[in-house]
Design a protein. Sequence first.
Length: 202
Amino acid sequence: MAQNFTTLPDHPETATLEGKNKVLAFWLFLGGEVVLFGSLFATFIALRTSYAGGPTGAELFDLGLVAVATLLLLTSSLTSVFGVMALHRHDVAGMQRWFGITVALGVAFLGLEIYEFLHYYHMGHTMSSSAFGSAFYTLVGFHGGHVLAGVTWIALLQIQLAKKGLTVVTAPKFYLAALYWHFVDLVWVFIFTVVYLMGKVG
């Protein structure tokens, strides 16, 4: 059955009390995530020079590869913005297109990260090789898990959108997924700076 988009309000993600409560609760959830990532960053900073004779960040990191991964993730943040803009226009085809590109870019980022981890493994940089290795894989891997969760979430929402259309029930889910994706991208900016740039310069 075709969705009658003219009946939807301009901002369907907060058109109901349930939608507004979901947005508020999600901001609180992101606050908890900030604390969690903050502790992981603090741990990494404290251990980032504890190499135990293993390879250092300056020896390991390829900033060209990391820059490509960063470009993919930041571009995906922009496409998710376009997806939310399509939501506000009640443009389901536009939402599917832009969020689909977001998912594709997220998958490409994960592919690069897997390649990076395998490369480090062959260079002797493992979870158990040093305190630096443990802190690195915990922080960067935990972020990668968040990217995987975001990709899966958005992909499942796209399936739901195709089945149920855009409603005041489905709209908040896309809005929250976009917020989550922006958070994941912001965390990566800090990882790029603290882990890779600082690691490369020593």
